[in-house]
Design a protein around this ligand. Structure first.
Ligand code: NAD
Ligand code: GLY
Length: 368
C-alpha cells in the first residue's frame, strides 16, 4: 500500500512537550507525516536486522529533504539484545559520526528498538530529540507512546532506563502486513488491556471486532490503534511519571514479567506473557472479591481469541518460588511487598499490595 488514508492524529497533552501520534496506512510515503519535526543537520535511523531491510530505505527517503545527512545503525534483533552492548552500538555510531546535540534519532521497529533508541536519545549529550516510527502492533498501541525507555538487566526487565518523550509518533499501519501472526497476537494483548483497566465499551467493541483487527482489516485496525492510543495518551497526560494511574497500564505485567524473566528473555513474547498475565491478574482480582467469575471468563475468552496463552507456564518449568523471586524485582514492588494492578470492575483498576499466600494460590490455579 503506498497511498495514505487521511491520517488519524491523537494528541498527547504534555504542555510544551505536547506531541501527536499519526495513524494511517502508508505514512512512510506521506510527506505531511514528516514535516515540522525538530530541525537538525543530521538524523540517525536506528533499526534492526529484520526491519531495516524492509523499511529503512523508505524512511530515509522520507527524511532526505529535511536533514542534510541521514545515518543508519542496525541492531541485532530480539528481546535478548535489549542490552548494554546493543545500546552501545547506537552511541558508537553517534560518536563516530560526531553527531551533535541537535541530532534527531528515529526509532524504526518494534518495542525493543523503540525502547533502546529512546534510552539512547535520553542519554546522548544528556538528551536529543526522538521520533518513534513503530512497526509492530504492540509498539503502535503502547510502547512508542508515553516516553518510557529502557534496556533489560539479567536480573530484571526494563530496570535501566529513563523517561524521554518523543517529538512525534508515526504509526504506518501498512508495515503490519509483514509482521508474523504470532507478533500480531502479542500486540493484541496490549490492545485488550485498555478495556479492563479503563474502557469497558472498548472491551465490548473488541468482543465484536477482534477477528477483524486480527485480520488487519483497515477500519477495525485503525479504530483499535486509535482507541488504544487515546486511552494511553489520556493516562500519560494525567500521570506522566507513574505516581498513580499510569501503573494501571501494567495490568497483567507483574505476572507477565516473571514469566518473561523466568523462562529467559524472548522464550515467551512480551505480549504472550502479558496475555497469560492478564488472565492471572483477573483471577487474582476475583479471589480478592473485586470482580465476578463471569468477568474473568470474558477476559480469558478474549485473550484466547487473540491467539494468546491464557495460562502460565508449567510449574515444573517455572516454580512458584521462581515466579515470586522475579516478581520481587518488579518496579511496582515496594519494600519487598508484592503489588499488583487489580480490577475493581470491567473498565476500572487500582494498584494494591497482595498477600503472598493469595499470589501463591493464584499461580497454582493459573499455571499448568
Ligand atoms: P520486538 O521489538 O522484538 O518486535 C517483534 C519482532 O517483530 C522482532 O523480531 C522485530 O524485528 C519484528 N518486526 C518488527 N516490525 C516488523 C514488521 N513490520 N515486519 C516484520 N517483522 C517486524 O517486540 P515488540 O512486541 O514490538 O515490543 C516488545 C518490547 O516492548 C518489550 O521489550 C517490552 O518491554 C517493550 N514495551 C515497552 C513499553 C513502553 O511503554 N516503553 C510498553 C510495552 C512494551
Ligand atoms: N506500558 C506501560 C507504560 O507505558 O506505562
Amino acid at each position: 500500500m503506498t497511498a495514505a488514508a487521511v491520517p488519524v492524529q491523537v494528541p498527547v497533552e504534555l504542555g510544551d512537550r505536547r506531541y501527536t501520534i499519526w495513524i494511517a496506512p502508508g505514512l512512510l510515503h506521506e510527506p505531511a507525516a514528516w514535516q515540522g519535526l525538530p530541525r537538525a543537520a543530521t538524523a540517525l535511523i536506528v533499526s534492526n536486522d529484520v526491519v531495516a531491510p524492509l523499511y529503512a530505505d523508505a524512511l530515509a527517503a522520507a527524511l532526505a529533504s529535511h536533514y542534510g545527512q541521514v545515518g543508519r545503525v542496525q541492531l541485532p534483533d530480539g528481546e535478548a539484545h535489549k542490552d548494554w552492548p546493543a545500546l552501545n552500538r547506537i552511541f558508537d555510531t553517534l560518536l563516530a559520526d560526531a553527531a551533535d546535540r541537535d541530532t534527531v534519532l528515529f526509532a524504526l521497529g518494534g518495542g525493543v528498538v523503540g525502547d533502546m533508541t529512546g534510552f539512547a536519545a535520553a542519554c546522548y549529550m544528556r538528551g536529543v530529540p526522538l521520533v518513534q516510527v513503530p512497526t509492530t502492533l504492540l509498539a503502535q498501541v503502547d510502547s512508542s507512546v508515553g516516553g518510557k525507555t529502557a534496556i533489560n538487566h539479567p536480573l530484571g526487565k526494563n530496570m535501566i532506563g529513563a523517561f524521554h518523550q518523543p517529538a512525534r509518533v508515526v504509526c504506518d499501519l501498512a508495515t503490519l502486513a509483514t509482521l508474523p501472526a504470532r507478533e500480531i497476537s502479542a500486540g493484541l494483548a496490549e490492545v485488550i488491556k485498555y478495556g479492563p483497566i479503563a474502557d469497558a465499551a472498548f472491551f465490548d467493541w473488541l468482543e465484536t471486532h477482534l477477528d477483524a483487527v486480527r485480520a488487519l482489516e483497515p477500519a477495525a485496525l485503525t479504530h483499535a490503534v486509535q482507541r488504544s492510543c487515546e486511552v494511553k495518551a489520556r493516562i500519560v497526560a494525567a500521570d506522566e511519571r507513574e505516581a498513580g494511574q499510569r501503573a494501571w497500564l501494567n495490568f497483567g505485567h507483574t505476572f507477565g514479567h516473571a514469566i518473561e524473566a523466568g523462562m529467559g528473555w524472548g522464550a515467551w513474547l512480551h505480549g504472550e506473557a502479558v496475555g497469560a498475565g492478564m488472565c492471572m491478574a483477573a483471577e487474582l482480582s476475583r479471589r480478592l472479591g473485586l470482580i465476578d467469575a463471569a468477568t474473568v471468563a470474558r477476559i480469558i475468552a478474549l485473550v484466547a481469541r487473540a491467539g494468546l496463552p491464557t495460562r502460565g507456564p508449567a510449574l515444573r518449568e517455572l516454580t512458584i518460588a521462581a515466579h515470586l523471586h522475579h516478581m520481587r524485582v518488579d518496579k511496582k514492588a515496594q519494600a519487598g511487598a508484592l503489588r499488583f494492578v487489580v480490577l475493581t470492575e470491567l473498565g476500572a483498576a487500582r494498584l494494591q499490595a497482595v498477600d503472598e499466600a493469595l499470589v501463591r494460590e493464584t499461580l497454582a490455579a493459573c499455571c499448568d
